[in-house]
Design a protein around this ligand. Structure first.
Ligand code: URA
Length: 447
């Protein structure tokens, strides 16, 4: 660190829509990481950035400052093309838990560094930690060892990997500063470029339950992520995927592990499995174990059919200290103390389920955090009996809420009542994967 700046001045500059230099951005990130800029000043900077954005130079300086706030790993001693996937965040999005074992079972090493729940969206780490004993806090030697042994490893950010993002991610979660393209891009790409990968697949969610609500915004985010990845010499492919309604039938940490086990056993919901196979197939292709994405998708499906993906998941649970008895017998997992049923108020077809409200409802039930220090309840969440397109009858139970906070149930019922639309005509099923974006541009995606 060479020059020193006044943090208040830098916040004021951003507030006044002036752009910051590379050195000023580096100063903010380095000083924040070193605890010399407090959370309240960083919160003000994040909000000013949220409101006024960053130009391309600022965004690139921001990503690099976050990346070099820690170690950039070199995994070249581990054979194979290392590929990871990252999602921009959704509701019921448990894809990482299914696709990492698929891809590893197909021979491609997957070094995966994931995040916790953010805003209304769930996080892979919180889901993994709902498996009793599962340790996401491996040190970097163990990270390498487990990856070399199993071709996969699932950890959270250590103090060494993009520590600036580790702290800022938690702060953004509770300061309403998540849905901002340069902040999301810096957060995702600093982690991903640090973890030692050769190639990356991005699942850019688009719709009511995503941080990007429109195809235009999601495309812009995808293009930003792809261009950062390629600028670091990593082959990067992004997909725009639908996030208007929750993915699958289960929301909440352990509930989503349960649904992932179903997916790995060949009993997963269609929407989940469609997106999983596209992303996994692309990872297998980028990992040079298939000559096309289509062939990768076939291999992905075969790893579910022959049991190798599930076996890989069991192996990693055991290796990382998780109690595999709950993977083999999920029915034995402790239940939340309260279950409340939500019933349809008329006959018809479900035509809309606002994913964002389901995410917030999950949070109210205890599946997410409202403050940094909040503890997650692994058993809390929502089971959907019906989804968009399903026929329902008045009085029929369509959702079940699981919680240890009975005082939250009234709020959750009110929230969900506004999130469901029942119509007389059945809607069209949404296309789950709409576009592919890579260094050559954007293309509609058809299976
Ligand atoms: N995932 C991340 O890692 N960071 C974000 O900001 C959003 C999704």
């Amino acid at each position: 660190m060479s020059k020193s700046y006044n943090a208040v001045e830098l916040i004021r500059k951003k507030r006044q829509k002036e752009s910051l230099s590379k050195e000023e951005i580096e100063f903010l990130i380095q000083e924040y990481t070193a605890d010399r800029i407090p959370d309240y000043q960083m919160s003000a900077f994040l909000m000013a950035t949220f409101l006024n954005g960053m130009n391309n130079d600022e965004a690139s300086a921001f990503t690099k400052a976050m990346l070099y706030s820690g170690t950039v790993l070199d995994l070249s001693e581990i054979p194979g093309t290392k590929v990871d996937k990252h999602s921009t965040g959704g509701v019921g999005d448990k894809l990482s838990l299914i696709l990492a074992p698929i891809v590893a079972a197909c021979g491609v090493p997957v070094p995966m560094i994931s995040g916790r729940g953010l805003g209304h969206s769930g996080g892979t780490l919180d889901k993994l930690e709902s498996i009793p004993g599962f340790n996401v806090n491996l040190n970097l030697d163990d990270y390498r060892r487990v990856l070399a042994k199993h071709k996969m490893v699932l950890i959270g950010q250590t103090e060494e990997i993009a520590p600036a993002d580790k702290r800022m991610y938690a702060l953004r979660d509770v300061t309403a500063t998540v849905e901002c393209i340069p902040l999301i891009a810096g957060s995702i790409m600093s982690k991903k470029m640090a973890e030692g990968i050769d190639a990356l697949v991005l699942d850019v969610k688009c719709g009511d339950g995503a941080f990007m609500k429109t195809v235009e915004d999601a495309t812009l985010l995808a293009q930003t992520l792809v261009s950062i990845g390629e600028s670091f010499g990593k082959q990067t492919i992004a997909f725009l995927t639908n996030m208007d309604q929750p993915l699958g039938y289960k929301i909440g940490n352990w509930l989503e592990v349960e649904e992932s086990i179903d997916g790995l056993l060949g009993k997963g919901p269609d929407d989940i499995m469609e997106v999983t196979h596209v992303l996994a197939g692309t990872m297998i292709y980028l990992g040079k174990k298939a000559s096309s994405i289509q062939e990768g998708i076939q291999k992905s499906k075969a790893s579910i059919a022959d049991g190798s993906a599930f076996a890989k998941f069991r192996d990693i649970v055991i290796e990382q200290g998780g109690d595999v008895r709950f993977i083999d017998h999920p029915e034995n997992y402790p239940k939340s103390a309260h279950v409340s049923e939500f019933k349809a108020d008329k006959d018809g077809y479900i035509s809309k389920l606002d994913a964002f409200s389901f995410g917030i409802a999950g949070l109210e039930l205890g599946a997410g955090r409202k403050k940094k220090e909040d503890r997650i309840d692994p058993t809390a969440g929502i089971v959907l009996e019906k989804k968009v397109g399903d026929r329902v009858s008045k009085g029929e139970t369509i959702f079940r809420f699981y919680t240890n906070r009975p005082e939250a149930l009234d709020t959750v019922h009110e929230l969900i009542a506004k999130a469901v639309t029942i119509s007389m005509i059945g809607p069209k099923q949404p296309q789950m994967v709409s576009h592919k974006i890579d260094k050559n541009g954007i293309m509609p995606f058809n299976l």
